[in-house]
Design a protein around this ligand. Sequence first.
Ligand code: CA
Ligand code: CA
Ligand code: CA
Ligand code: CA
Length: 296
Amino acid sequence: MNLGPCPRTPGFWQNMKNGGSFWDGVSGNEKHAGEHDFPDGELLYAVDSNHDGVINGSDKAGLLIGDWNKNGITDAGEDTLFVSYADARTLINASNKQLTGASGDGKFMLGRDMVASWLNYEMGAGFGDASDPASPTSYLQDAINFMQIYAGKTAGGLNETFDEFVLSGPIKASSNLWKQVQNGVHHSGAQLHAALDYYNNTGMTSPGGTLYANCGDAFDQAVAIYEAAHHTGTATMAALSSTKLAPTTTTTTTTTTTSSGVHAPALSTSYFHATTDFGQSFELGSMQHLSSYDLI
Ligand SMILES: [Ca+2]
Ligand SMILES: [Ca+2]
Ligand SMILES: [Ca+2]
Ligand SMILES: [Ca+2]
């Protein structure tokens, strides 16, 4: 598996003074370009947004998610979702209300994950392989299908290989469309959101799962911040890599404070408890949370 740099969070990609400058279409204004866990430079590139096979003046700026060879074209074998630059910025800037609980809108929840995940892929962060159903590659491809079918411009059935994302018209987090696996996809919207959000924060798609990127210090930092927010013990990278979680699930009510100071409302969430080789118990994330917690 090709491990790249550690993925960055939606909050990083949102901040115009930080990650946001790496995909604003302006080359040369990126601070820390080429440094550890930063992209080498500007990531926004010209794409065939109208799917006519050529890139020219009639195309819009945006992200062609699933353009794995990054040539701007949906080649044979690729299956893409175009998200306009304006929509991508709106998604990454989503409010807590749009991302949380009963008021949540799945288009914002998953769309924000996808924008961040795609930028992480463009940066070169480890993304696993399509043959691994738990890899970020597989989850993002399934999310592309979900959005093509249930949030796309064209009513193209279940087997489209291109569509344009449409932001209007919410997918309520309380709806079956979000909570249950739909035709044409392998996971529910909620599952896709949980996996991609977890990846963007940790480099894994589930607690205790495969680490797909070289996270190292950043991962330690992420776990430390998460634990500090939850008043739990300390787990080290070594402990995590030597101890596969055998999760037992308990339900607890907590208040999540993110590193950016965003305060999420109290959520009733399930945490995965495990005991490390060091005899310390720790909690690592929740696959049932509805909000993005942006650890680093
Ligand atoms: Ca830039
Ligand atoms: Ca075109
Ligand atoms: Ca391509
Ligand atoms: Ca498709």
